[in-house]
Design a protein around this ligand. Structure first.
Ligand SMILES: [Zn+2]
Length: 234
């Protein structure tokens, strides 16, 4: 918990400084109040999510299992890589379902209403979405016997990548493009936050971009600077 808190704080501070020094979009609207609201939501969500996870542990409805697919793999390296890929693939499908299922979109919609996307947007989620996403994720981790160490490694990397790809930091387009062959970059994710529906409903990846390529949900465009962020009805 302490490691994650230190990493989150350091990442946020570093990106806030970089956004100020090297901004991609020149936002004119009330960025400060947006940032305060988003971080406020993030704080509420982290408390809600911790309490929810603690409650599940307290109820002891998920006793440790040692016969899941991952738990039976002898090599920790193979088990770690597989765990990482499985959790990231789950995140891909979860995110995609948030866009496809109308009721789910009503909650995920909040995340997309930010028209001045910046590092704080990474924390702008409806608490109901945070709780609902935990249930299948915890169940999958439990069923496969994924160790808490592997979950923590995923969460630490996820935290940094998600904060980075929501940030308003201007990374040179050529570098962004090379990185986007493997990981979700700011330009790659800006397309997902476009007001154009076909673009919003694409680029669902959280850490790896491979899932979008495998499942044909990847969209590309070169004029990222012309993207209008947000959703049309907000
Ligand atoms: Zn989305």
């Amino acid at each position: 918990m302490t490691v994650k808190l230190v990493l989150v704080t350091t990442t946020i501070l570093a990106l806030l400084i970089l956004e100020k020094k090297f901004p991609f979009f020149a936002f004119q609207n009330s960025l400060r109040s947006r940032i305060a609201n988003n971080f406020g939501l993030g704080a509420i969500n982290s408390i809600v999510s911790s309490l929810f996870t603690l409650e599940i542990a307290h109820l002891d409805i998920m006793p440790p299992i040692d016969r899941g697919l991952i738990a039976t793999i002898q090599s920790p390296v193979v088990a770690g890589i597989l765990s990482f890929l499985i959790i990231d693939l789950y995140m891909y499908f979860w995110h995609r379902s948030m866009h496809i299922v109308p009721l789910a979109w009503r909650f995920h919609h909040l995340h997309h209403t930010d028209r001045s996307m910046n590092v704080s947007t990474a924390y702008r989620f409806h608490p109901i979405e945070i709780i609902c996403s935990s249930i299948p994720k915890l169940s999958l981790i439990w069923l496969l016997g994924i160790s808490s160490d592997f979950v923590l490694i995923y969460e630490l990397i996820f935290t940094v990548i998600v904060a980075l790809h929501h940030s308003n930091v201007a990374i040179p387009a050529s570098i962004d493009r090379i990185l986007a062959r493997a990981i979700v970059t700011p330009n790659y994710h800006r397309i997902h936050h476009s007001q154009v529906v076909t673009e919003t409903n694409s680029n669902y990846g959280s850490v790896f971009t491979w899932w979008d390529r495998i499942f044909h949900t990847q969209t590309d465009r070169l004029d990222i600077i012309n993207i209008k962020l947000g959703v049309l009805d907000n």
